[in-house]
Design a protein around this ligand. Sequence first.
Ligand SMILES: Cc1cc2nc3c(=O)[nH]c(=O)nc-3n(C[C@H](O)[C@H](O)[C@H](O)COP(=O)(O)O)c2cc1C
Length: 370
Amino acid sequence: MSLQSSEIKFAYWVPNVSGGLVVSTIEQRTDWSYDYNIRLAQTAEKNGFEYALTQIRFTAGYGAENQHESVSFSHALLAKTEKLKVIAAILPGPWKPALAAKQLATIDYLTQGRIAINVVSGWFRGEFDAIGEPWPEHDERYIRSEEFIRTLKGIWTTDNYSFEGKYYQFQNYTLKPKPAQKPYIEVFQGGSSCAARDMAARVSDWYFTNGNSVAEIKKQIDDVRAKAKLENRHVKIGVNAFIIARDTEQEAQAVLNEIISKANVEAVNAFGDATREAGAAAPEQEGNWAKSTFDDLVQYNDGFKTNLIGTPQQIAERIVDLKSVGVDLILSGFLHFIEEVEYFGENVLPLVRQIEQQQLQHLQVPAKSA
Ligand SMILES: Cc1cc2nc3c(=O)[nH]c(=O)nc-3n(C[C@H](O)[C@H](O)[C@H](O)COP(=O)(O)O)c2cc1C
């Protein structure tokens, strides 16, 4: 296993939709209000988190009855923080690249280069139907997303930009001012299917995937990186994990059991049906939720599967295992966000850095000559 020399990074899911990160009736001291989110963002940046990811939803899924819009919410968080980079989720279809490119360039200017985007491709047909957006088939959605990302990058870097695609066309377009970040605003993408991986290899800076075991994550990374190599590109990898760090393993497991035993069965099943439609449309059946069980879906991006559940030491070791197969960033969710982000920063992160250092020193010891 190769060890990367740089430190693994941490992001957290912004709770800009109601209901927390688990579809369960367990008590969650997480709140979707602006006030709570400001305190969370400030706590996170003090505790070693470099990124925050907002979510985009137009209608309720899995019990998330209220949803603040992602780009405006991201900007509002950036205004109240100093270092944090906020990744705004954008859905091609409702968003057009000309608008997104301009809106994000302005936010980038206002925040000295701290906005990033997550281009998502749609999984919830009910949402598209409700807002009168056509619902292209699975792989077609990625053709559109790829054009979306290509045009954003083109507009952000090139004067007199022209593009003739299936979904988008530009003629001699010059955006001014260009973003503060050079060469352009960082582009993340969500999605795990074959089409998603192909797109990541060709155009995305970051590939975000659902939670999974180290072995399964490694398979995906190897595939994305091999495809990217053919394009002379390197793609960074972010993996979702729902983190339950407690002083003892028993306490952590008890929390997981309680979350699952109190699952909102109706909402989880409705979510499962929606994901099966999204996943079933992916021809090779390797989409985000293709193998998810009921228990997995209680955390809506399979975050339990990554198994960052246990003591700080166990979690730190597992994070470094993920790093050793090529993961660059852990995208984290928590039950009680503010207090658990603090606990993570105080108890888990220092252990991660310690293990990383030990491994680096080990690698740097010169081999004794025979
Ligand atoms: C980390 C992550 C974040 C995502 N965030 C959103 C989101 O905010 N809104 C959304 O509609 N879809 C979101 N998605 C869904 C993906 O864009 C995609 O539709 C889904 O993963 C199914 O893709 P697949 O069939 O290619 O695996 C996210 C996915 C991942 C992995």
